[in-house]
Structures are given as structure tokens and as C-alpha cells.
Design a protein around this ligand. Structure first.
Ligand code: CR1
Length: 829
């Protein structure tokens, strides 16, 4: 009975000594306990890494406690839940973020210092969890932080890759990729749930079965793999709520291949079983275009199937009628990568739960929402039907049926416009017949989100025009954001302290809109002085890092000018490098006296190129070739330096961003869906030099066009400029820089030829040539502003002051209220 259970619960609790205590003494005891019993080192003898391990286990205990309470509460109150499905999460490090969100940073620092350790030193021991590529993946991580902080009853679902994004090393200026076997040293931030497993099936055939006199199709799968759950607690800030990011790993199923055993082929049968583990082995390192890779498709389905089984099981525990599904479950498709969920949930409802097709379809259309992170139609995922049909034969049938129903309905609405029908079809009848995952996602989702206003307009007017005309109400946009917990509190503690001091409150950590309060102090010289000191401190930290990484000594008086992001032609790192070459060339040709007026610059570039992306790799090499020349030119000295920061990742970003004076966001207008790097720089009081692309347009609305350096063609001019082709006007300076590279001024003339060809007049798709003039003007404006430190500092303050809108808290609140229709559910314990 209830009384008995309660008595038992109380006894258990008393045995556990109540909740874990967070005073420094208790923390010390816990850390030592973990040194001795978890890490199994002697408490008299452990090094920094072992101390980090013990420390993180003590933090993990506290996370688990809150995680339990939160989920007990969710279970009891049965709120509508959001399931955020994403194939990528770029979490970075967890230690500092966790103790800050748990609110026990000072206690830990004190506990450690009494043990003779420094918190920050131990935090540096942690490696990054890099289970994602770039913008999309880091945005997912920021959203998880906001979901937890705002008390939303949400789960993240993803894949636990054993190899994260490759490590980039540079040899002779060339990028080399090295495997990131990140689990080598164990991962204290996950909890292995050996009992939470699901079978995921592949291959096989579809057979007709008779069900109450009716013919039904049923999948007879050929291969079974087991998915095991690994839970990663995500603590909110200023709340007890700690939500879950559940990542799946593949392991061989216990279903033995009897035949193999009978034929006595014991060894081979085990070898075959191990092959199945490879599904969750490695993250695909391209951040776009995964066309037609079987393993990638397997990964997608593996993750979708395990997640949906888990979600449906949880739903059925608490509810007994699928009609309630839309009131209790919101499924979010983070890009098209999880869109097989649509076919899978139809299969579960129709084949397994035996719902009528139409009834199932009506339910399913009420639960999905979809965010797309790309601009161009060519970048959208397609899966060859041959591949899909062999791996998932029943799903292919389901997709065909969804499509034929849709085509019927569409004909009624738009008539026999065959071009339009074929554009909107889920099935592409091209040279390779394929399934268009974006069309599928749009058709089945109640909401199609863009990631900025401009992006959404492009989707409506271009990419998904046909669909927009059919269902204008489906199309929305929710501008991206980033979490100020990670990007200020964790990564820039001195700025954090300064903000709290001058705003008179720490409340901005949960409510970034309060940052506008900085505007009130912009004319206060004392405040500006402190602001400059913080920047200087962060520049010092960055300068030290640069020196250790590249041996280049840089001057703190120089402008730190940064471009860090994935290397892509559309992001135009090449424009930046050409600008640097031009600057160098000018310096070389300048009268010595005039050089005293030049603003010294440290140009910093970082980012990874997809391993198969040749042009991007050449951009990296060119950057090194130019750096080699400039940095070794004693005649130029501190006036200009160029450094490439290798292996750019989340933890490197945490150090680079606070130390930047200027940051560059150079995408050709209309190509960057949103951009989130710019938001992190903005929060850290860094000035932007940018095109009017993605969310920059909205940043301008917040901070005013006077407070950043804008350049380049506007989105509506791009098409026309492209049409001009060979007749396009390109400044002489551009031609000169291009010639220098072509002529081998930086060596490797032949190697750079194909790179140069991409920006030759007539071939310059991303319009580097035609934007070069206004780019140089914007750079000159930045130089001019930098020589007036007071003016620059004001611009810097006003940038940070206007960054509140770009908190992922705002993003998540908009999604929750408008798209997912979920309410906060705060654990009261
Ligand atoms: C977009 O390129 C956007 C992020 C997050 C990226 C970038 O503009 O800010 O998504 N897309 O929405 C991406 O990573 C794989 O695609």
C-alpha cells in the first residue's frame, strides 16, 4: 500500500543522508571519495587529470540527483513533452557549464583550492564532445541549455558517435584529419543505461498478412541491431530542472544467427556481429550533402527507430489512446536528418498498433514541426529509392503511399499542373530516383521554420515557393540564438562580472533583454575604462594561446580581427585572405612615414574543411602560405600578422571570441541561413564586419547600422550581378591580388590555380570580385574607428547591449509558445 511505499522511501532517503550537500567541506569529501573509489587512485597521490575525473564525478552525482527529481516530476504531472530530434549536438566541455548552471561554482573553487588544485586548471583537462559539425550542431546544444533553463519538459535525442568530428592538424600548411576517439579517457557526463535498449531492424522483405479478413503489409526484417541509451543530463541555470539528452549507441543484438552456429562458423559469426556496432561509430564530417551513403541512412534510421520506440513506450505508460498523442507529444525535426521518423511513426501506428491509415496520418500531421538550416535547394537531402528500398522496404512503401495521397489531394487543389506536381512530389524521378526528405518534412509538419527572417523569406520566395503558395500558414521563422550562459558566463568570466556590476543584477543570465541596460552607462568613462580592461585581459589570454600554438608573438595594441567558422566558399574566407594580401601589398608600397598611421592588425582565421572539399582545403593552404610570407617579413613587423588557429572547436571558440576586437561574417548575401557565430561575438562586445545576410539583418535592427561595418551586395542584387558574368565590374586591386597568387608570390602556383579559377571574372559565383571594393571600404572604416578608442568602446558596448534578442532563451520561448505549444514545468523539490 501507499503507507508502506512512503515508509520505504523515507528509509531510503535517510540512508542516502538526504540530498547531496554543496558546502565546500562536503564537496571536498565527495571529490576525495571519487579519487579513491571511482578513479581508484590514492587520495595521497593524484594528478590534475585524476582530480578532474573525481571532480566531474562529484558534479555528475549532483546532476543525477536533479535529473531524477525532474523526471519524477514530469512523470507525475504528465505535461506535453517536446522531443528534439537531431543527428548532431556540439556540446563541447561540460564541467564549467554544469557547475555554473548548478550554482555551485564558488563552493567548488574553494573546495579545490584547499586540496591544492585550481578549478580552471582542472577544467582545461576536459576534452570536447564534438558530436556535430558546425552551426546546426552548436545551435542544438544552445537550445538544450535554454530548454532546461526555461523549465520546458523536453528531451533531446541523438546518436552517440564513438568518433566525433575529426581533429584538424596542419602539416606544411595542409589540413590533415585525425580521428577523434573522444571516449578514450571515459566520459563522466553520460550515464549508460544498459537496461534501456531497443531492437532496430533493417533489410528483409514485406509480406502480405491477413488481419480480420483484410490484407495488410508487414515487414519481415533481415537484420537486428540493438540500440543502447546513454543519458546526458542537461542542467538548467537558476532552476532545479535538469533535462535529458539521450544518445543511442549500437551494439550487436542478442539474437543469434542460429544457422551460423550450427554450421560451426563461430568466429565469423562473431565478426559479423561486430559489424553492426559500426552504425554509431563515426560522425559524417560534411555539414551539408550526404547524398546516397548507406551507412548514413542506417545511422538516421537507427536513431529514429530507437527514439520513437522510446517515445511511444513512454506515451503508452501514461496514456491509453493515440488520439491524445498531439496533446502530449511534439516531435521536432532538426533539419531533414531525422525525417524518416515520419515513415517510422506511420509504420508503428498502422502496422503495429493497427490504426487505420487515415486516422494515423491525421495524428501524425499534428505532431511534427520542422526547421531547415540550409538555403539552397541543391543542399537538401535526397535518398535514392534503391538504397531505401533495400534497407527499409516497408518504409519505402509507406513513403510512396504518403506521396500518392498527397498528389491526389494536390491535384484537387491546383489542377493538372504537371511541372508543379512533379516539383512538389516526395519522389524525384531523375536519373537516380530518390526521396526528397525536405518535401516529406514539409508535407507532414504543421510548421516549417526558417532560422532568420531573411532565410524564411528565401524559403517562401524561392526554395519552397510551391509549398508556401499551398500552405502559407505553415511557414514561420524563429531567429536563432545562442546561450549567454556558455558564451558569456562560462567563456568570459571577467565580462560576466562587469555586466552584473553595472547592471546591478545577475538577472541578465536568465533574461538577456536586460543587457539593454548597458546603454545607460555608455557615456560613463569609468565604465568604459573597465570595459576596455576586460577586453585587454581576454586579448592577453588569446595572445598567449596564439604564441603557444603557432609561435607567433602578437601585440596587444593591434586590432584582433577574427574569422572562425567552417571553411566554405560561400562564407568567403578567401575574401578575407585577399583583403589581407591587399593590406600587405599596400604596406610594402607605402612610404615609411605613412606606416606610422596604419592600425596594426592581428588577423586570425580558423575552421575545418570537410575532408573531401578540395577548394576549402586550398583556402586553408593559401592562408598558411600568406601567413608564412607576412609573419616572416621583418620589415612589416607588428603592423600585420596572420595566424591560422588549428582545430577550431567549441572550447577554442570560448577563448577566441572574448578576445576579438573585430569579427568577420562575409557570406555572399542570401547564403547564410542565419549565422550564430556573429551572435556570440556580439555578446562579447566584438564589432562585426559583415554582409547583410542571415540574422545580421536583424542584428542591425537591434544595434543600429552605425555600430557595425556593413558591406557587399544586398540579397536582391545578387542574382542580377551573377547574370552580368564576364561583364561584371571588378576593382583593379582585386585583379592585382589574384595575379599575385596566380604568379606564385606565395609559392605553390600550380596548386592554387584551381582556387584562383573559382573567383576569376565570369566564374565568380560568390561574387568576391564585385564585393571587394566595398569590403575594403568597410575595412578602412574599421581602422578609422579603432584609432578612436572611446568611439570604438562605445560601439563595442552598444553591440553587447543589443545582443539580448539573440539569446537562445528567446528562440526557445518562441518555439515553445508558437510551434510546440508546450508549457514550462518546474520541478518544485
Ligand atoms: C547554417 O549554415 C545557421 C545554422 C544554425 C547552419 C547557419 O547559417 O546559423 O545552421 N546549417 O541554424 C548547417 O549547419 C548543416 O547545415
Amino acid at each position: 500500500g501507499f503507507g508502506e511505499r512512503k515508509a520505504k522511501a523515507e528509509r531510503m532517503f535517510s540512508l542516502m543522508d538526504g540530498f547531496l550537500k554543496n558546502d565546500p567541506f562536503s564537496l571536498q569529501k565527495d571529490i576525495l571519495h571519487h579519487v579513491e573509489y571511482t578513479v581508484a587512485r590514492s587520495r595521497f597521490n593524484f594528478d590534475d587529470y585524476e582530480a578532474y575525473q573525481a571532480l566531474s564525478h562529484s558534479v555528475r552525482d549532483r546532476l543525477i540527483e536533479r535529473w531524477h527529481d525532474t523526471h519524477t516530476y514530469f512523470k507525475r504531472t504528465k505535461p506535453k513533452r517536446l522531443y528534439f530530434l537531431s543527428l548532431e549536438f556540439l556540446m563541447g566541455r561540460s564541467l564549467s557549464n554544469s557547475v555554473i548552471n548548478l550554482g555551485i561554482q564558488d563552493q567548488y573553487a574553494e573546495a579545490l583550492s584547499q586540496l591544492g588544485f585550481e578549478f580552471d586548471v582542472l577544467a582545461e583537462q576536459e576534452g570536447d564532445a564534438a558530436l556535430g559539425n558546425g552551426g546546426l550542431a552548436r545551435f542544438s546544444a544552445c537550445q538544450m541549455d535554454s530548454l532546461a533553463t526555461l523549465d520546458y519538459p523536453a528531451w533531446g535525442y541523438g546518436l552517440r558517435y564513438e568518433y566525433g568530428l575529426f581533429r584538424q592538424i596542419i602539416v606544411d600548411g595542409f589540413q590533415h584529419e585525425q580521428p577523434d576517439y573522444w571516449l578514450n579517457f571515459g566520459n563522466p557526463w553520460e550515464i549508460e543505461r544498459i537496461h534501456v535498449t531497443y531492437e532496430v531492424k533493417f533489410y528483409g522483405t514485406v509480406e502480405d498478412v491477413d488481419r480480420n479478413g483484410e490484407k495488410h503489409e508487414v515487414w519481415i526484417p533481415g537484420e537486428t541491431v540493438e540500440a543502447v541509451a546513454y543519458d546526458n543530463p542537461i542542467p538548467g541555470y537558476g532552476t532545479r530542472n535538469t533535462i535529458n539528452l539521450r544518445l543511442w549507441a549500437a551494439k550487436p543484438s542478442n539474437h543469434f544467427d542460429l544457422e551460423a552456429y550450427n554450421t560451426g562458423d563461430y568466429i565469423n559469426s562473431i565478426v559479423n556481429r561486430q559489424r553492426t556496432e559500426s552504425i554509431s561509430n563515426v560522425l559524417y564530417p560534411d555539414d551539408r550533402s550526404h547524398q546516397g551513403k548507406e551507412m548514413r541512412l542506417k545511422q538516421q534510421y537507427f536513431f529514429v527507430s530507437a527514439s520513437l520506440q522510446d517515445i511511444i513506450r513512454r506515451f503508452k505508460e501514461a496514456h491509453n489512446n493515440f488520439d491524445e498523442l498531439p496533446e502530449k507529444v511534439a516531435l521536432h525535426l532538426n533539419d531533414t536528418h531525422p525525417s524518416l521518423s515520419i515513415a517510422e511513426i506511420m509504420r508503428i501506428l498502422v502496422d503495429e498498433e493497427q490504426l487505420d491509415w487515415n486516422k494515423a496520418w491525421n495524428i501524425v500531421c499534428k505532431i511534427f514541426s520542422f526547421t531547415t538550416h540550409t538555403v539552397v535547394a541543391e543542399g537538401l537531402e535526397k535518398i535514392p529509392t534503391d538504397l531505401l528500398g533495400s534497407l527499409l522496404p516497408r518504409h519505402l512503401q509507406i513513403l510512396y503511399k504518403i506521396n500518392s495521397n498527397f498528389m491526389e489531394e494536390l491535384k484537387k487543389r491546383i489542377g493538372l499542373d504537371y511541372n508543379r506536381l512533379s516539383r512538389m512530389s516526395i519522389v524525384e524521378e531523375g536519373a537516380v530516383k530518390s526521396i526528397r526528405m525536405a518535401n516529406l518534412s514539409i508535407i507532414c509538419s504543421h510548421t516549417v521554420n526558417g532560422v532568420s527572417k531573411l532565410h524564411s523569406d528565401t524559403l517562401k520566395m524561392r526554395t519552397f515557393k510551391d509549398f508556401y503558395e499551398l500552405w502559407p500558414e505553415k511557414f514561420q521563422y524563429t531567429t536563432n540564438g545562442v546561450t549567454q550562459r556558455r558564451w558569456i558566463v562560462v567563456s568570459n568570466p571577467s565580462l560576466c562580472a562587469l555586466l552584473s556590476k553595472w547592471l546591478g543584477t545577475e538577472a541578465w543570465i536568465r533574461n538577456a533583454d536586460l543587457l539593454t541596460g548597458l546603454r545607460d552607462h555608455v557615456d560613463n568613462t569609468g565604465f568604459r575604462h573597465e570595459w576596455k580592461m576586460v577586453k585587454r585581459l581576454n586579448k592577453m589570454r588569446l595572445a598567449e594561446y596564439i604564441e603557444t600554438m603557432s609561435g607567433v608573438k602578437v601585440s596587444l595594441d593591434a586590432m584582433f580581427d577574427v574569422q572562425v567558422k567552417r571553411i566554405h566558399e560561400y562564407k568567403r574566407q578567401l575574401l578575407n585572405i585577399f583583403g589581407i594580401i591587399h593590406r600587405y601589398d599596400c604596406l610594402k608600397n607605402m612610404d615609411k612615414n605613412d606606416r606610422t598611421k596604419v592600425v596594426p592588425r592581428v588577423c586570425i582565421i580558423g575552421g575545418k574543411a570537410a575532408p573531401g572539399y578540395e577548394i576549402a582545403k586550398k583556402i586553408i593552404k593559401l592562408c598558411h602560405a600568406v601567413a608564412e610570407k607576412i609573419n616572416n617579413d621583418a620589415d612589416i613587423g607588428d603592423l600585420l600578422k596572420l595566424v591560422f588557429i588549428p582545430d577550431y572547436n567549441v572550447s577554442v571558440a570560448e577563448m577566441v571570441i572574448p578576445g576579438a576586437d573585430l569579427s568577420q561574417h562575409l557570406s555572399t548575401a542570401g547564403h547564410e541561413a542565419s549565422g550564430t557565430g556573429s551572435m556570440k561575438f556580439l555578446m562579447n562586445g566584438c564589432l562585426l564586419l559583415a554582409t547583410a545576410d542571415g540574422s545580421t539583418v536583424e542584428i542591425i535592427e537591434e544595434i543600429g547600422s552605425d555600430n557595425l561595418f556593413l558591406f557587399g551586395a544586398k540579397v536582391q542584387e545578387v542574382a542580377e550581378l551573377r547574370e552580368k558574368g564576364g561583364a561584371l565590374k571588378v576593382p583593379l586591386q582585386f585583379a592585382r591580388v589574384l595575379r599575385m597568387v596566380r604568379d606564385g608570390y606565395f609559392g605553390d602556383k600550380d596548386y592554387f590555380k584551381s582556387l584562383c579559377d573559382t573567383v576569376e571574372v565570369g566564374n565568380d559565383f560568390y561574387l568576391l570580385g564585385s564585393d571587394f571594393g566595398s569590403y575594403l571600404e568597410a575595412q578602412a572604416a574599421a581602422d578609422k574607428a579603432f584609432v578612436e578608442p572611446e568611439k570604438w568602446t562605445k560601439m563595442s558596448i552598444l553591440s553587447a547591449a543589443g545582443s539580448g534578442r539573440f539569446s537562445s532563451d528567446r528562440t526557445i520561448r518562441e518555439y515553445a509558445e508558437r510551434t510546440w505549444k508546450i508549457d514550462p514545468c518546474q520541478c518544485p523539490f
